[in-house]
Structures are given as structure tokens and as C-alpha cells.
Design a protein. Structure first.
Length: 181
């Protein structure tokens, strides 16, 4: 089984479930991603209506990513992905996260990240990274809120879908830190 394959599981906490992303999720994800068209300007990849299908296909077709969908009582609430799992180093990234506007500020991000972090560490990973565009202050605050440590800025790290040269803020959580919480 690949390093990412070990992470593929359905996770649940009361009405919240996190499931491997499927083609059947496409239309509901398209709809919630269209609810906040302005946000895509500060994302590396756009899921706005004009880019959604290409981005969805690239995400689900990338062997270095294991995308998942958030469901609340069966309703799609968002998505994220396990990225670049390196089981030898025991490091993986959680990224490509989007939460529908109605779920922001409700504690849903904390709940989804708790399930993902618990699972990632249970799968033997010792370090989980989160990488955020330096302009995305809301996501940086969310990383800090779950206890991730801001390690620094990777300058001019990547070029985003709209040509912006992005500085990336690197956060991480170590297994020992997570267990000590």
C-alpha cells in the first residue's frame, strides 16, 4: 500500500464525517466553492466556476494527493487533501483545504483537523505540515488555533494559478506535541 493509501479512511465524529473524495462529490463541491469566488485569489489553485473542473480533475488524478470531502449530516461542507506523504521520513502535509462559508467560524475547521491529525499520527506519521499563502491571514490564524507551530516563511515558494509569486508560511505539528495536548 502506498504512503497515501494508508491515510485513506473514513473518519467520523458525531454528524461530521471525512470521506475519500469521489466523482459523486463534484457537483456539490462545485456549488460550495462558487459561494466565495473572491477567496480563490489567495489560493494556489482556483476552484472558482471557471476553473473548477480542471482543478478537481487535477486534484483527484494526482497520485501525490489523497483528497477528502467533509460531510455534515450528509451535506458536503468542504474538502482537503493529504499531500506528499513520505512514510520513510514519516511526514505528510494537509492542504488544499476549503470550508464552505456557512461553516467558517463554527469550530468545524478545528473538528476536521482534529480527526485528520489523530488519524495521521495513528498511521505513524511524526510530523504533519500545513502550508499557507502569506496573504491568507484567516488560514494562518486557524493553523495557530489548532496548535500548529509557525516555522517561518518560504520566500517565493510557488507561482499560483493567477501568476502571483507566493510566499508560503510553513506550520507543523509533531506527534509528541499533539499527544501532549
Amino acid at each position: 500500500m502506498s504512503a497515501l493509501g494508508a491515510l485513506s479512511a473514513t473518519l467520523a465524529d458525531r454528524e461530521l464525517s471525512i470521506v475519500p473524495m469521489e466523482e459523486a462529490h463534484r457537483e456539490a463541491l462545485r456549488a460550495i466553492c462558487a459561494e466565495d469566488a473572491a477567496i480563490w485569489a489567495i489560493y494556489a489553485v482556483s476552484y472558482d466556476p471557471g476553473h473548477f473542473d480542471g482543478s478537481f480533475d487535477a486534484l483527484t488524478g494526482n497520485p501525490r494527493r489523497q483528497p477528502v470531502t467533509f460531510l455534515v449530516d450528509g451535506e458536503i461542507a468542504g474538502m482537503t487533501a493529504w499531500i506528499d506523504a513520505d512514510h520513510q521520513r514519516r511526514v505528510v502535509e494537509i492542504g488544499n483545504t476549503y470550508l464552505a462559508p456557512k461553516w467558517r467560524g463554527t469550530g468545524m475547521n478545528r473538528r476536521t483537523k482534529k480527526l485528520l491529525l489523530d488519524h495521521g499520527f495513528a498511521c505513524g506519521y511524526r510530523r504533519i505540515e500545513l502550508k499557507v499563502d502569506s496573504r491568507n491571514l484567516r488560514s494562518q490564524a486557524a493553523c495557530a488555533k489548532i496548535g500548529a507551530v509557525r516555522e517561518g516563511v518560504i520566500r517565493a515558494d510557488r507561482i499560483t494559478w493567477n501568476g502571483h509569486v507566493r510566499d508560503t508560511v510553513l506550520f507543523s505539528i509533531l506527534a509528541d506535541e499533539w499527544r501532549a495536548r
